[in-house]
Design a protein around this ligand. Structure first.
Ligand SMILES: [Fe+2]
Ligand SMILES: [Fe+2]
Length: 187
């Protein structure tokens, strides 16, 4: 497997774990328990920022190469850019709800719950499509030259704003969130 696809798989695993942490917290709303709103805000901020800065650019680069070299096959993946925009809109709506709660606005629990669930469900479905359709397709039809070109375009893009420093910043935040969730489950 190419290094870009390996990285994307690893990122999906982390995203899936964070979605589980988020789900665990918002489902407390359904049982009239109080979630940890600080944690939910961190997760919402993370999902508003990280995917469009680090994860989606890699997928978009693979998809562009696929469209350029194999347009018919690429069409079966659908509108990847739109799905990424929709994911942002969903998590933005959820983050707006959480911020309203921090401003002491009264919000029905169902509103927050459905905004959170809608993001989680759509994100899981989107990742499933990528894992089962998009990534295997890219792996089977793109050649070594294609992958070199994809990796070259990502390196250019990563310097300096999207470089290792930003990846590192997100890694630290992600580890904090995952550790927090592990501790929380134990207590
Ligand atoms: Fe994606
Ligand atoms: Fe993805």
């Amino acid at each position: 497997m190419t290094s870009v696809l390996k990285t994307l798989h690893a990122e999906h695993r982390n995203i899936a774990r964070l979605l589980n942490a988020m789900e665990y917290q918002i489902e407390r709303l359904a049982t009239a328990e109080n979630p940890d709103y600080d944690l939910l805000q961190s997760i919402a901020n993370y999902f508003c920022d990280y995917p469009d800065r680090c994860h989606h650019p890699k997928e978009d680069a693979v998809f562009r190469q696929l469209q350029a070299k194999h347009p018919t096959e690429a069409a079966t993946v659908g509108d990847l850019a739109k799905e990424h925009r929709d994911a942002y809109a969903r998590v933005r709506r959820f983050r707006d709800n959480i911020q309203a709660i921090f401003r002491d606005e009264i919000l029905p629990r169902d509103t927050v719950l459905s905004a959170g669930r809608s993001f989680i469900d759509a994100e899981r479905e989107h990742m499933r499509m990528e894992e089962e359709l998009f990534f295997p397709l890219a792996a089977s039809v793109l050649d070594e030259e294609d992958w070199r070109s994809i990796e070259g375009s990502l390196r250019q893009r990563q310097d300096p704003l999207f470089g290792e420093f930003v990846e590192e910043e997100f890694r630290i935040l992600r580890e904090f969130l995952l550790r927090w969730e592990t501790d929380n489950r134990r207590s």
